[in-house]
Design a protein around this ligand. Sequence first.
Ligand code: 13P
Length: 252
Amino acid sequence: MSRTPFIAGNWKMFKTMAETKEFAEAFKKQERTSAVKTAFCVPFTDLMTAKEAFAGTDIGVGAQNVHFEDEGAFTGEVSLPMLKEIGVDYCVIGHSERRQYFNETDETCNLKLKKLLQESDITPILCVGENLEEREAGKAEDVVSSEIKADFAGIPEDLAEKVVIAYEPIWAIGTGKTAGPEQAEEMCGFIRRTFASLYSSAAADKLIIQYGGSMKPENAAALLAEADIDGGLVGGASLQPDKFAAILNAVK
Ligand code: 13P
């Protein structure tokens, strides 16, 4: 099964509108392979600027969160109709920073996935991954499989197979520590088998699985060469046009 590699940047809470424009101009000048799908998941305030700056290119734009209600008294939240009007292509769901600092739970991830899948063409990028304590206790697989089962609860196969799953071991995010290629492959393979057990091996064969956690030009080629790693979700290194282009070009 050949899956088109997909590498996305997750800017987290970085870059103003002016910085987004400047980045886009510089990134469009980079030499990069056309064999890789790419996108930037930017702060809400940068979405429109990014859409305009990347118009007419193959570069997608994603949000980093969405609320599961259409509207209401939810101060500080952003709804799916708002994202649809901007024309965003992707939406990150369940990033570990949101799970850790903003009370995101598997239950809300599930509601958000359903909302996106049932009511839009926006591709969800669902993040899963264990923390250091869980890894050291030998519970990495249990944690990740329970996240996947809960996050996909009640979602039928024809919708589930549209989701991109990002395996992001929490201990490797922003720490400079990367899961070794074999370690990352082991977990991404496990994610594919878990997905196959929930749905079918045909659906699992199509599933795009990204690795995220200190991915950079120096380690990208080895990670991306693994059979079950179809791309990356890149934090820090996606903030610099040349570094991010180098990661894209690391795909064989
Ligand atoms: P870093 O690449 O900065 O470790 O971040 C990874 C990440 O959390 C992407 O969503």
